[in-house]
Design a protein around this ligand. Structure first.
Ligand SMILES: [Zn+2]
Length: 167
């Protein structure tokens, strides 16, 4: 991947006046903007930083932007910070969820979970394709697919002691 490939998916950022505002798919809410190349996931901000600097992000560090627009990928305004610094920024910006909001999301997840069956969930888990491909094929949301893949839902299907005995 090259820096130009990512910039070609950006438009003018009114905040810093460069052509670096991400115009590609934003991805699911609450997740970092990412692109998929050969089934590998590349978080855009981090990738822009690494391509621009010509080195990987330091271990344990995250990449944030100093631009007022959160979708801005302008490499000149990207900065490495520790995870603790990110948490502080997010609390300040009101981006971190409080406990009540979290509980609400968990309930919604459980309700979604009851809709598919364990068998279908396992099939989705084992399917080797990008989440959007699987979502389209199985007729479920991309979010549901990644939740199954990351074992955030249907955790129980992985702990079945009889699983190996089944045909
Ligand atoms: Zn900007």
């Amino acid at each position: 991947m090259q820096l130009q490939d990512l910039q070609s998916r950006c438009t003018l950022c009114p905040e810093c006046d460069t052509n670096w505002r991400w115009a590609g798919h934003p991805g699911p809410a609450g997740h970092k903007i990412a692109v998929y190349v050969n089934k590998k996931r590349f978080p855009v901000r981090r990738t822009v930083f690494e391509l621009h600097k010509g080195r990987p992000v330091k271990k344990g560090y995250c990449v944030v932007t100093d631009c007022a627009d959160d979708k801005c990928m302008n490499p000149e305004l990207l900065r490495e910070v520790t995870k603790g610094a990110v948490v502080k920024r997010e609390i300040k910006a009101g981006l971190i969820l409080n406990a009540a909001h979290k509980a609400k999301l968990q309930l919604a997840r459980r309700q979604r979970e009851s809709k598919l069956g364990a068998e279908k969930a396992m099939a989705i888990y084992l399917e080797d394709a990008s989440p959007s491909e699987i979502a389209a094929r199985e007729g479920v949301s991309r979010q549901a697919v990644s939740e199954i893949k990351n074992q955030r839902t249907y955790k129980h299907i992985h702990n079945n002691p009889f699983q190996g005995l089944m045909p």
